[in-house]
Design a binder for this molecule. Sequence first.
Ligand SMILES: Cc1cc2nc3c(=O)[nH]c(=O)nc-3n(C[C@H](O)[C@H](O)[C@H](O)COP(=O)(O)O)c2cc1C
Length: 176
Amino acid sequence: MDEKLRVFYELYSRRRSVREFEDREIEPEKLARLLTVLNMAQSAANRQPWHFIVIERKDRDELNGALRREGFRDAPVIIAACADPDNAWVRKADRRNYAWVDVTIAVTEMIGAATAEGLGTCWIASLDPERVKNILGIPGHMDLVGLVAIGYPKEGLKKENKDRKPLGEVVHHGKW
Ligand SMILES: Cc1cc2nc3c(=O)[nH]c(=O)nc-3n(C[C@H](O)[C@H](O)[C@H](O)COP(=O)(O)O)c2cc1C
């Protein structure tokens, strides 16, 4: 396999959710690159129905109190990913609103970039969204899709299994 391709696929097999972080800041230029990737993501009809809040540790007393897992409180950066359903593309046939899909795609792109930068990430959806929206001053009409903890993975973290359903169980060919 071509070297660039090998690196690409290796990146995706390497990514794991990281829930414990080193006491080390993310370099500002790295963070800037991640934010650019977030904002370059594709979205339905290019509506970009998203807002992101970057919350550094020094500004996190209240937010940390709303996080169940202690490990997340040490992450140097947490990004809140917000969807704006009023500005998203809506499919006519069933009125399906694509705001959450678009935000999730943007976050996924950023997670790929963060992995390439040597950073660890974890989505955090297990929270009280209204409480977190209040803490962060997120307007009522916006949806909090989730938080993403980002930082250098704690050294010596044991690799968890990539425990996945067999491909044959979830991929259908031609028809379900
Ligand atoms: C939308 C979403 C929400 C998640 N929420 C949490 C969470 O609240 N807390 C947590 O510890 N992990 C959370 N995770 C991480 C998943 O548990 C993890 O991705 C899954 O177990 C697969 O492991 P891996 O990411 O290491 O491959 C979330 C992942 C996704 C995609």
